[in-house]
Design a protein around this ligand. Structure first.
Ligand code: DC
Length: 224
């Protein structure tokens, strides 16, 4: 079996992390949540009042940011400067700023470097917006996920409620659409389908059905 990289890209809340985690578990691969990294940077900027429109302040702040992942009780957790921020980075105050922060080239350069290092030995499933186009353009399997906006909003609503984070349905939908707009139109690494990506629309698919489709694709690419 060949060790591969699976790159999953797509709009906000279309089930990328659910699919990526399912694939990583089935294949016994590592999972890389690149969105969590942009969220952790954003949290740092908010908590430390870093003006992200000031390039010098951003450059300086990036020197003080260390992000890593740990498995805690079977779950992937994001650590910012040694502190578990997994719950905080999902809050709406972070969601509201993460897309503008993600347009900053200095931030992207720093994150992409770390992401590529984590994929050096392959056997990795990564999800985000630029994985198949910029981070791992040579990934053996690229998936571009899509789903209807209302379905995505409902899923996000449920996901936040399960984490005990309170947010209105309309507020979530507006945030998803705004992030999709910024993420798809930014100058540096906009969200787009890689030419060689397989599109999966999961609007009408269950988690099991989308995983089954992706696993079939992965096992095909793992053949030597
Ligand atoms: O996947 P997510 O919703 O947690 O990602 C949060 C934001 O981070 C998303 O709106 C855009 C940005 N992002 C990015 O620019 N590039 C990535 N590879 C992953 C996320």
């Amino acid at each position: 079996m060949k060790r591969i990289i699976v790159a999953i890209d797509g709009l906000s809340s279309c089930g990328k992390s659910t699919l990526a985690k399912g694939l990583a578990k089935s294949l016994h691969y590592a999972y890389l949540d690149t969105g969590a990294m942009y969220r952790a940077v954003t949290l740092y900027f908010i908590d430390n009042q870093v003006d992200y429109n000031d390039p010098a302040a951003v450059e300086d702040a990036l020197k003080h940011i260390e992000i890593h992942f740990e498995r805690v009780e079977g779950q992937n957790r994001t650590f910012l400067n040694g502190v578990d921020v997994e719950r905080k980075i999902r809050e709406m105050r972070v969601s509201e700023h993460v897309s503008p922060v993600s347009t900053i080239s200095a931030v992207r350069r720093a994150m992409v470097m770390q992401q590529q290092a984590m994929g050096a030995r392959r056997s990795l499933v990564a999800d985000g917006r630029d994985i198949g186009t910029v981070v791992f353009p040579d990934a053996e399997l690229k998936i571009f996920l899509t789903a209807d906006a209302d379905v995505r909003t409902s899923r996000r609503h449920l996901e936040l409620a399960a984490k005990g984070i309170d947010a209105e349905w309309d507020e979530i939908k507006k945030n998803l659409e705004e992030r999709d707009r910024i993420d798809s139109n930014r100058a540096d690494s906009p969200l787009r389908k890689a030419d060689d990506a397989v599109v999966i629309d999961n609007t009408l698919l269950s988690e099991e059905q989308q995983l089954e489709k992706a696993l079939a694709l992965a096992s095909d690419r793992m053949k030597v």
